[in-house]
Design a protein around this ligand. Structure first.
Ligand code: F3S
Length: 289
């Protein structure tokens, strides 16, 4: 049985960087992350063995060291942590930092910033804190309401006038590229000179494309990652449209009978799945080969 691994699989740059940074800077003390570092139970358990714990809020933190996750936090929260004398390990992904800075700069230059993203997502809340007047949008319907009646809108049919002259569009890093492009085209067609910045990170897109290609070449796909990880679940959905697919969190979930009469197996993993999970799964599959 041939075992093939997707060209892009496992931890994204930001998750890898954050875990290394936290483990190298924490010393012997306990450190708490506000929310899980990644949506992967296996990795969270591993971190606990290294004295890195998840806190759901500030009251939960039982140490003076706090790590900021790869998707960042709001300016206010960062200030609050500093005011409370926590020692911070800032593991915000540089790509997210870049969006925060861009939002801040655009608002200072007088743009009404539109953030394409999920309102409740911590990354979006973080970005918005750098441009407090920004508006979070989920799609074209939201944009229609905003630009209606604006001096620079080419047409004014719906919504309320906000007297907008300069408008700029940015995105949460993990948003869907196709939807972003639709929004950008709509803005270009309906507004004079909108500034459009594609700030979507291609880690997710690359993993999806690699999984799609691999699924076409094999008899069965194994997708590794947290059941609560949306990017892993999306990989599973993509693969199962093409070939028989199993989504597992660890090697113990593998079943020998899945591989009977199978000539080739493809393996992929979400952007929140650590290397050791992938290796453990590969080793067990090799035993079935
Ligand atoms: Fe950074 Fe992209 Fe991962 S923004 S945290 S490398 S998904």
């Amino acid at each position: 049985m041939k075992i093939l691994i997707a060209k892009e699989a496992g931890f994204c740059f930001g998750a890898e960087r954050a875990s290394k940074l936290i483990l190298s800077k924490k010393g012997k003390e306990k450190v708490f992350t506000l929310g899980p570092l990644v949506h992967n139970g296996e990795f969270i358990k591993y971190l606990e063995t290294r004295n890195v714990f998840v806190a759901s809020d500030l009251e939960d933190i039982k140490s003076d060291k706090v790590a900021i996750r790869s998707h960042g936090v709001s300016k206010e929260l960062e200030e609050e942590l500093k005011a409370k004398d926590f020692k911070l390990i800032d593991a915000t992904c540089p790509y997210v930092k870049r969006v925060q800075k861009l939002a801040e700069k655009l608002e200072k230059e007088g743009y009404k910033v539109l953030i394409f993203g999920e309102t409740i997502h911590s990354e979006v809340q973080g970005i918005k804190s750098y441009a407090p007047k920004a508006i979070i949008i989920k799609g074209i319907e939201d944009v229609k309401k905003i630009i209606k009646g604006s001096p620079d809108a080419r047409q004014s049919k719906v919504g309320i006038s906000l007297g907008l002259k300069k408008i700029a569009l940015i995105s949460q890093t993990t948003q869907n590229l196709e939807e972003f492009e639709k929004l950008a085209s709509f803005l270009r067609a309906n507004y004079r000179n909108p500034k459009i910045f594609n700030t979507i990170c291609d880690a997710t897109e690359k993993r999806q494309e690699a999984a799609r290609q691999l699924a076409q070449k094999v008899d069965i796909m194994i997708v590794i990652g947290g059941k609560n990880s949306s990017n892993t679940t999306r990989l599973k959905e993509i693969c199962e449209e093409i070939v028989l697919t199993h989504h597992i969190e660890n090697e113990k979930e593998l079943q020998k009978n899945w591989f009977l009469k199978v000539k080739s197996v493809g393996v992929t993993a979400g952007a929140s799945t650590p290397d050791f999970s992938i290796k453990a799964v590969l080793n067990r599959i090799k035993n079935y080969a």
